[in-house]
Design a protein around this ligand. Structure first.
Ligand code: SAJ
Length: 420
């Protein structure tokens, strides 16, 4: 059965690009989001998030009449759920948004519909979602009881696009499709093939759920290795970046880069889903999380040591020392400050330091709430001119372009090895 209308629930960093990708293939797409501002913005042909090239695709899709946004679900032939799955309490996954998305589409479901969960989820989430749907619609049959003959098909298909490159990776990356039945998998693959150039690789729902968690945990563990090396190298007086580039010349070694910590809403979150479901078995994954989460505090200690040296050597009083923090985003060349270690470190530094702390972030015009009234936002030139201590937190292209001779300061804490 073909898909006349496709509905995407959740129009954020994943849902909106996905909706736009279907619409740009001349499919009729209904985007649903509880955020009225997002819905109005999209219906004007504009976007409420920052992602290269997304604005153009959304504009064309809306103006062509293929994409429209609404605040409450309407009937469709396929529903893709792309809502957040944060953690709560002791790092347990919070499935409240998925539940409420599932319950919101239940009233408009009809025989023959396909539902795909894309949100990063703990193992078993797709079955759990199917249970919520079945409870809401006892008149329809679902795969957990009716198997291949169910009225509704359900699959899990995780997104795996890299923020900053979403519009390319969405089309090119392979997709893992985990249907609750073979029919569900086949239909989900058929749906993605509308815009996908990568391959659809079919498995079951549980394996697909674990696959997504595995990908991000793999990256977290590897970043933790680099971050741990940076601590060891600091003790040993070895330049960690030189060390890594040398070690990476070995044909089977490929170490990632240390930094101020791991941020964003994926890598710092998803490994906890594995840990919370398998606390006994996931010792390495758990430790990697702790290593990465402890890095910001270590960076702050480095800043305290640099300020102490500055006081001794310059003869200034602490309140006369100005610290400039370069970068607030959670990674280079984006404006996303969510779960950013750079924001957290800047806040800790500013709270500790009695003198002035300033931040430089070329990708934003306004400080996040946690820094308002605490630090001042300066441009690169001013910060280099006025600061006594420099703290490099995010290797944005503008900061990498600063030549070594432009840095006159003696006291530099460089968490990205950019100004070495
Ligand atoms: N980081 C380092 N050192 C590195 C690489 C990254 O410290 O060598 C830090 C970054 O600065 C950042 C954090 O890790 O703070 C995460 O950045 P990232 O670029 O590794 O990943 P995300 O969070 O932008 O996107 C990840 C991707 N997952 C993988 O590469 C396995 C993406 O493909 C996923 O779709 C996304 O998570 C997601 O939504 O789950």
């Amino acid at each position: 059965m073909s898909f006349g209308i496709i509905s995407v629930i959740g129009l954020g960093y994943i849902g909106l690009p996905t909706a736009a990708a279907f619409a740009s293939c001349q499919k009729s797409v209904i985007g649903v989001d509880v955020n009225q501002h997002a819905v109005e913005t999209i219906n004007r042909g504009a976007i409420h998030i920052v992602e290269p090239d997304l604005d153009k695709v959304v504009k064309v899709a809306v103006e062509g009449g293929y994409l429209r946004a609404v605040t409450a679900p309407q009937a469709a032939d396929a529903f893709l759920i792309a809502v957040p799955t944060p953690f709560k309490g002791e790092h347990e996954p919070d499935m409240a948004y998925v539940r409420s998305a599932a319950e919101s589409i239940a009233p408009v479901l009809k025989k023959g519909d396909l539902i795909i969960l894309e949100s990063t989820s703990p193992v078993g989430a797709t079955e759990q979602m199917a249970e919520w749907l079945a409870a809401a619609r006892p008149d329809l049959s679902f795969p957990q009881l009716a198997g291949e003959n169910s009225d509704i098909d359900i699959a899990y298909c995780p997104e795996r696009v890299l923020p900053g490159q979403v519009m390319v990776e969405l089309i090119k990356n392979d997709r893992v499709v985990g249907g609750m039945t073979d029919k569900s998998s086949r239909r989900a693959s058929e749906l993605y093939k509308i815009f996908l150039e990568g391959e659809c690789v079919i498995t079951n729902a549980k394996t697909a759920e674990m696959c997504k968690l595995t990908e991000n945990s793999f990256r977290d563990v590897n970043i933790a290795f680099a971050n741990e090396l940076s601590l060891i190298c600091a003790e040993q007086g070895i330049n960690v970046w030189e060390l890594i580039s040398l070690a990476n010349r070995h044909p089977r070694v490929n170490i990632l880069q240390p930094g101020p910590g791991v941020g964003g809403h994926c890598i710092a979150v998803d490994p906890w889903f594995i840990v919370s479901q398998n606390p006994e078995q996931s010792r390495l994954i758990h430790t990697a999380r702790l290593v990465n989460d402890s890095k910001p505090r270590w960076v702050v200690d480095q800043v305290k040591a640099a300020v102490a040296d500055c006081l001794t050597e310059s003869g200034k009083r602490a309140n006369e020392v100005k610290i400039a923090c370069f970068g607030l985003a959670f990674k280079p060349n984006i404006d996303d400050l969510r779960e950013s270690p750079a924001v957290h470190i800047t806040e800790m530094v500013a709270q500790w330091h009695v003198g002035q702390t300033v931040a430089v972030e070329p990708n934003v015009h306004e400080l996040p709430n946690s820094l308002k009234g605490l630090v001042e936002l300066l441009d690169v030139g001013q910060a280099l001119e006025e600061a006594d201590v420099l703290l490099m937190l995010v290797d944005h292209r503008q900061f990498k372009a600063i030549g070594g001779d432009a840095i006159k300061q003696k006291w530099v804490v460089d968490t990205k090895g950019v100004w070495r």
